[in-house]
Design a protein around this ligand. Structure first.
Ligand code: HEC
Length: 133
C-alpha cells in the first residue's frame, strides 16, 4: 500500500514537472488563476483605461501621454510576451508585478482584488503579438 502511494505521488510530480506551464500558473497558496472569460477581459479593459493607459498607452505600446516624462519607459506590451523584460512570458509574474510594483521605476504597486489583477494580466497579454498566447 505504501509503495502504491509513493508511485501515485511520483506520477503526479512527474505530470506536474512535464506540464510545468500548468504548475507555474498556480500561486504559492495553490490557487489557480480564474478562467479568461470575455467578461473578465472586459473588466480588464476598463481597469486598464482607468489605471494604466496614461503610461502604457491606448495601444499598449508604452506611448501613453505620461511616458515622455519618465526616465525608464513603460513596457511596450506589443512585443512578443516572452520578450517582456520582467515577466518573460509568465502570467504569474505579471500578477506579482501588479502587487509589488517594480522598484525604482514609475511602475508602482496597485491594490486590486485578485480577480481584478487577473483581469489586468489578461488584458495586457492581449496586446502582445507573436506567441503572446
Ligand atoms: C506612472 C506610469 C505607469 C503606470 C500608471 C503603470 N505602469 Fe506599468 N510600467 C511602468 C514602467 C515605467 C514600467 C517598466 C519598468 C521596467 O522596465 O523596469 C512598467 C512595467 C510594467 C509591467 C512589466 C512588464 C514586463 O514584464 O516587462 C507590467 C506587467 C505593467 N507595467 C503593467 C501595468 C498595469 C496593468 C498598469 C495599470 C494597472 C500599469 N502597469 C500602470 C509605468 C507605469
Amino acid at each position: 500500500m505504501k509503495r502504491l502511494l509513493w508511485s501515485v505521488g511520483l506520477v503526479s510530480l512527474w505530470v506536474c514537472l512535464s506540464l510545468s506551464s500548468s504548475c507555474t500558473t498556480i500561486d504559492q497558496w495553490g490557487r489557480k488563476p480564474p478562467e479568461k472569460t470575455t467578461e473578465l477581459l472586459n473588466r480588464g479593459k476598463k481597469l486598464y483605461e482607468e489605471n494604466c493607459i496614461q503610461c502604457h498607452g491606448p495601444k499598449g505600446d508604452g506611448k501613453g501621454w505620461k511616458a515622455a516624462e519618465l526616465k525608464k519607459k513603460p513596457r511596450d506590451f506589443t512585443v512578443p510576451f516572452n520578450e517582456w523584460s520582467y515577466s518573460h512570458g509568465d502570467p504569474q509574474k505579471i500578477f506579482e508585478v501588479l502587487k509589488t510594483g517594480i522598484p525604482d521605476t514609475a511602475m508602482t504597486e496597485f491594490r486590486f482584488s485578485d480577480q481584478d489583477q487577473w483581469a489586468l494580466v489578461y488584458r495586457v497579454m492581449e496586446f502582445s503579438k507573436g506567441d503572446g498566447q
